[in-house]
Design a protein around this ligand. Structure first.
Ligand SMILES: NC(=O)c1ccc[n+]([C@@H]2O[C@H](COP(=O)([O-])OP(=O)(O)OC[C@H]3O[C@@H](n4cnc5c(N)ncnc54)[C@H](OP(=O)(O)O)[C@@H]3O)[C@@H](O)[C@H]2O)c1
Length: 414
């Protein structure tokens, strides 16, 4: 295959933009030229000469010589305007912006098709882990059963520190911010929005579905208390924030983000600190596991470089799972086995739990292990956050028709 020359217009010269610059300078055998870099703050000191930079996006978007826009800014709304204009101007695009992608997948796919250009975004999901291209190319013909994992390094760092070093949630968050893993406003990470955006993107490539982020449940780790960490330690569990995308026999796919108790024989147990891990379970290949650096300038820059390199050989995503005859559809009708730390019985009534396997009450805290309908959790999200309930997955997800059978069986066994 021939190798085409790419002239890059780069948006953003922060953590990832500088990482890409460094990776490009130091990669052997492949050279792509950055013609201009668009940034925002005219007063910031830069490590490159001033004439490389511009504060006017049109200098890049309207330049006929630039045939690739690499979008690495931290403003999802502005990123969407940039990417949209670039595609309309028939320029290829590489981006790392998961929030922008997850919120506009349908429109972006249409724009890229209509303009005959490529849109690649490996760096948007789990940094250096090549999950998008693995799903697109390796699993193109194999039916996938589920994809799950640790898609967010900030929360994994906080959870590791609270469990292994007994730091409180607030202390661990402060440490993550000091080390540069967490942003000053960590809401997107700690409330589980960031892993949800990644899961929405992954669901497109693994199952061919486009889910609207607003309709997907994300419960993060903001309500984690020392009692929950203590419970996990007592049972030899670790707590991880795990997006789960699972396909059932009838082609229905469920998708949600919840904390999960993980035991020592689970692949995610050993994924600590800022690392990410992705589990893919295929019908024929079985479970496979990828672990790597989910963030940081160089690892994320490496994923961007890989997209640029693929583009130079004419690569584009084919979204093969969207073309399969048997279409998958999104379902929320699933039952989850969860740990719920609650304050009063009203909390349990609100969540309409269906089967209680275990219940503990004390003067300090209460919990149940119970079955709950995902739709009840979605409806009660604000209630859960307001009343500081901590909810974590402890078992498999079951589609509701299967759930009834299993729950009945469990009741008989009890
Ligand atoms: N950091 C990571 O490890 C990581 C990992 C995976 C994906 N990502 C994604 O990569 C993207 C960039 O993240 P980052 O961590 O590199 O952000 P960052 O360090 O905060 O840098 C953001 C850059 O964007 C520029 N910028 C902001 N608004 C702009 C605008 N309207 N026009 C032009 N430039 C603008 C800023 O300009 P100034 O320099 O003038 O302020 C800055 O250079 C985000 O979408 C993020 O979600 C990041």
């Amino acid at each position: 295959m021939s190798h085409s020359t790419l002239t890059i217009g780069l948006f953003g010269f922060g953590c990832v933009g500088q990482g890409l610059y460094h990776v490009l300078q130091n990669s052997k055998g492949f050279k792509a030229g950055i013609k201009k870099i668009a940034v925002k703050d005219p007063h910031k000191k830069r490590s490159l000469s001033a004439n490389v930079f511009t504060f006017n996006k049109h200098e890049l978007l309207e330049d006929p010589e630039i045939n690739l826009i690499v979008e690495l800014i931290d403003d999802a709304d502005e990123a969407f305007q940039i990417v949209k204009a670039a595609l309309q101007n028939k320029k290829h695009v590489v981006t790392a912006n998961k929030k922008m992608l997850a919120n506009h997948l349908e429109e972006l796919l249409h724009l890229k098709e209509a303009n005959g250009v490529s849109l690649l975004y490996e760096a948007s999901c789990c940094g250096s882990i090549p999950i998008i291209r693995t799903l697109e190319e390796y699993y193109d013909n194999e039916q996938i059963h589920h994809v799950s994992g640790i898609f967010n390094g900030t929360t994994n760092y906080i959870l590791t520190k609270t469990l292994t070093e007994k730091l409180s949630y607030a202390e661990a968050l402060k440490q993550a911010q000091e080390k540069g893993f967490a942003e000053s406003d960590p809401t997107n990470d700690v409330e589980g929005f960031d892993p949800k955006f990644k899961a929405v993107i992954i669901a497109l490539h693994a199952f061919g579905i486009i889910a609207k982020p607003n309709s997907i449940l994300n419960l993060g780790i903001t309500t984690l208390s020392d009692y929950d960490s203590h419970y996990a330690k007592e049972k030899n569990y670790k707590i991880k924030l795990v997006p789960t995308i699972q396909r059932f026999k009838n082609g229905a796919v469920s998708l949600f983000v919840l904390p999960k108790f993980i035991n020592a024989d689970h692949a995610l147990y050993a994924v600590d600190n800022e690392f990410n891990g992705v589990l893919v379970d295929g019908d024929f290949s079985g479970e496979q596991f990828l672990k790597g650096r989910g963030a940081g300038g160089n690892p994320t820059g490496a994923a961007v470089l890989s997209d640029i390199s693929a583009l130079s050989f004419g690569y584009h995503y084919e979204f093969k799972k969207r073309q399969q005859l048997e279409k998958n559809t999104l379902t929320q009708a699933v039952s989850l086995k969860v740990y719920i730390r609650y304050a009063t019985l009203l909390d349990l009534e609100q969540l309409k739990i269906s089967t209680i396997y275990e219940q503990y009450t004390s003067e300090y805290y209460n919990y149940v292990i119970a079955q709950v309908d995902l739709r009840e959790l979605i409806q009660s999200r604000s209630y859960i956050l307001q009343h500081q309930l901590f909810i974590a997955l402890v078992g498999d997800t079951i589609a509701l028709s299967e759930a009834f059978i299993n729950v009945e069986q469990m009741v008989q066994l009890n």
